[in-house]
Design a protein around this ligand. Structure first.
Ligand code: GDP
Length: 300
């Protein structure tokens, strides 16, 4: 069920309390619905949009009952998630770019390294050759952790001494990938958020040097957000999307939290597809985000 047990339990119990025994949808039901959505960390803006649309539909059809409300709600949530295009169902590189270059961004501690390890594992399992680039050169631990993941997964890694220029590591990585005919390149970046200008500068420098080797790369800029931080994740999304062109999002740590509704807020506010979700610390705990399954699991 996409690892959303806690979110589901919280949301469902509030939802069923809100609509239990009601034969029509009145203001009280809508209030409680609002509370249930906000309680699951769907966020105020997104919640109000959903409630507004339900109000509209209830106005049109005065005799709506709770079963119908359930369907309505599911519908509206699905609408909110209808962002971006349909993303892939599997770990698959769809556009024949070789190497396919993924730049991974996000603040420290959100699960960036772990996500890179899991991604590498899944792409390898799907039959692709993978090369990692340790361009977070500011933390020795980051390079060490990524090295451990490269060994665990069994994929090579390009790294340099701590403190070296991140863009030099990125450059080496893509050069090596081209020389070795690698399918997928995944580059880690530093997650420092000193200020927007600094972040912007650093990421655009990395992009520029990558483009010296592969003009249309990176093909994906993946932002990693920690779902258990709820609204903080939204704040980070704001900062990163302002600093660079984020093309996809991974939301981690959805296994231990009741705040999984934040996925809805992210999808609604940023119009960037949530492609993967992290549901644990192990190598297999990364799932392709399935909108339909996500919504279904909230209601069943
Ligand atoms: P980074 O600093 O962003 O690279 O973060 P790490 O990848 O080192 O992860 C930070 C911590 O979060 C580690 O203890 C990971 O095991 C843990 N973690 C990462 N992803 C998940 C997830 O999806 N679920 C859970 N429960 N823990 C996770």
């Amino acid at each position: 069920d996409q690892g959303l047990q806690k979110t589901k339990e919280g949301f469902l119990s509030k939802l069923s309390k809100a609509i239990a025994g009601k034969s029509t949808v009145d203001a009280t039901v809508l209030d409680e619905l609002e509370e249930a959505l906000i309680g699951a960390d769907v966020g105020v803006d997104t919640t109000l949009q959903i409630i507004e649309r339900i109000e509209e539909r209830v106005k049109k059809d005065k005799y709506i009952n709770t079963t119908e409300l359930n369907h309505l709600l599911k519908d509206e949530i699905q609408n909110v998630l209808k962002v971006g295009d349909e993303t892939e169902k599997h770990f698959e590189i769809l556009n024949n770019k070789k190497p396919f270059v993924i730049l991974v961004v996000g603040v420290n501690g959100v699960g960036k390294t772990t996500t890179i390890g899991k991604l590498a594992h899944n792409y390898k399992k799907a039959g692709y050759s993978v090369l990692l680039g340790a361009a977070d050169t500011f933390r020795a631990a980051a390079v060490d952790q990524l090295t451990i993941w490269s060994e665990r997964v069994g994929v090579p890694i390009v790294k340099q001494a701590m403190g070296s220029d991140p863009s030099a590591v990125a450059f080496d990585t893509v050069k090596s990938a081209v020389a070795k005919n690698i399918d997928v390149v995944i580059i880690d970046t530093a997650g420092r958020l000193h200020n927007k200008a600094h972040l912007m500068e650093e990421l655009s420098k990395i992009k520029r040097v990558i483009q010296k080797v592969i003009p249309d790369a990176p093909h994906e800029v993946m932002l990693v957000l920690d779902g258990s931080t709820g609204q903080n994740a939204l704040e980070q999304a704001k900062q990163f999307t302002a600093a660079t062109d984020v093309s996809a999002i991974t939301v981690t740590k959805l296994d231990g939290t009741a705040k999984g509704g934040v996925v809805l807020a992210i999808a609604n506010q940023f119009k960037i597809p949530v492609k993967f979700i992290g549901v644990g610390e192990k190598i297999d705990d990364l799932l392709v985000f399935d909108k339909k399954e996500f919504v279904d699991s909230l209601f069943s």
